[in-house]
Ligand binder design. Structure first.
Ligand SMILES: [Zn+2]
Length: 418
């Protein structure tokens, strides 16, 4: 059996107007010489129309997908053409990406791996630079975002993430039943940040949005009211739960400190230390040890425990079928909390009261949009950010997130290398 490299290359990467001429194998790399097919005219890189040749440049190397783990390069001396419109310019090379020293196939290859592994792992595995992986993903993201189908976006979720000390990103997801993806990332969490999304989406597409899930962050609420007048703004269950957990954690931390100060290491202290996860996790998710710990805690008359019970009680709110009864429950719950003298919980109750209509919208939207989608996407996003240590710029984070969570289209390849 005999398969030549030339045959293989013509199978996986046939180039119109060029031929694979020869190849050399050195220590750790394969070099493949290319030349223009006899009689084929060069294309102008400016307008991509055939143009008469002018001269040759020195040979250039373009990194290709590694073959059998060996670094592989195309070597080609580009022609310059004399185009009647563009002047004297270098010819168009179908396998190249502008002036970059790698082939289009290799860039897509790296980008595909970068969806599965961290950029650092990709650069280490294929012995290339982090910068090279970054540029490849950037190319894939630019390509995909220019070709996104933006029709049928009727439900979106707005979220924020703290990604670096004092730095936030605003995220907008599509949360339709059949399509959940990251649509837009913007720096900071100001009104301006969210306005950029509506600007990008355009007035016509913004007008068809029916549901917007968000948290109680006022700048977002302002922009939603201004830019998506026809949409039902829902305050997300998951955002309310997160706020409640934060309040509970505040109560616990304060009480633990007070107890430690009072007992100087006595028995009571032991009760609340190491209790954090018992109290923050949903009871059904606790481990056996945590469940026992929780039972012990519940037997004590601590502020933390009273706050915990209030938090758990509010879960019932979401189970109501009738919004009217849910509202009644909400009124009773907030009244009870206001009498509790636990300040962080009272703050939550006040917040819930002042956003009542938006929270009750949840019942109207239930069953029509994937209300759990924002939480799911947020978890995926956090995992991606954790894996990408060493990202210093907001631009790199944005590109990584679009790549991993944007469900972006890709070109049709004659051959898939991975
Ligand atoms: Zn031209």
């Amino acid at each position: 059996m005999h398969v030549s490299l030339k045959t293989l290359l013509n199978r996986v990467e046939r180039l119109k107007g060029f031929v694979y001429e020869s190849s050399q194998l050195s220590d750790s790399m394969i070099e493949i010489q290319l030349r223009a097919r006899c009689g084929s005219q060069a294309q102008c890189s400016g307008c991509q129309r055939p143009a008469p040749g002018y001269d040759h440049l020195a040979p250039r190397r373009f990194q290709f997908v590694p073959l059998w783990g060996l670094m592989t390069f195309f070597v080609y001396a580009p022609r310059r053409v004399d185009c009647s419109d563009c002047g004297i310019v270098v010819e168009h090379l179908a396998w190249a990406l502008g002036k970059r020293p790698l082939t289009r196939s290799y860039a897509w290859f790296l980008a595909s791996w970068a969806r599965l592994l961290s950029w650092q792992e990709v650069s280490r595995t294929f012995r290339t630079s982090w910068e090279c992986v970054f540029r490849s993903v950037e190319m894939a993201v630019d390509w995909g975002r220019a070709r996104m189908d933006l029709s049928g976006i009727t439900a979106v979720g707005i979220d924020e993430i703290h990604w670096q000390k004092g730095k936030f990103l605003t995220l907008v997801y599509q949360i339709n039943q059949g399509m959940k993806r990251l649509l837009f990332v913007s720096e900071n969490r100001e009104e301006k940040s969210l306005r950029k999304f509506f600007l990008w989406l355009g007035t016509e597409r913004s007008a068809v949005i029916q549901f917007i899930c968000s948290d109680m962050w006022q700048p977002y609420l302002n922009v939603i009211a201004e830019r998506a007048k026809g949409a039902l703004n829902i305050l997300d269950r998951y955002h309310i739960a997160a706020k409640m957990n934060k309040a509970l954690d505040e109560v616990r931390a304060k009480e633990t400190r007070a107890l430690v100060a009072r007992t100087r290491g006595g028995k009571t202290k032991v009760i609340l230390t190491h209790s954090r996860w018992c109290l923050l996790k949903r009871p059904e998710n606790l481990t056996a040890t945590q469940s026992i710990k929780l039972k012990e805690l519940l037997a004590c008359n601590l502020r933390t425990i009273r706050a915990y019970l209030l938090k758990e009680e509010f879960q019932l709110f979401w189970d109501y079928l009738s919004p009217a009864w849910a509202e009644k429950f909400m009124d009773q719950w907030t009244t009870k909390v206001m009498r509790s003298r636990i300040e962080p919980m009272k703050k939550i109750a006040r917040m819930i009261r002042s956003h009542k209509p938006l929270i009750l919208n949840w019942f109207e939207a239930r069953g029509q949009v994937s209300l759990g989608a924002v939480e799911g996407l947020n978890n995926k996003l956090k995992a991606s950010i954790r894996k990408s240590y060493g990202f210093r710029t907001a631009n790199a984070i944005k590109i990584m997130l679009y790549h991993k969570l944007g469900a972006l289209p890709e070109p049709q390849f004659a051959h898939r290398f991975c």
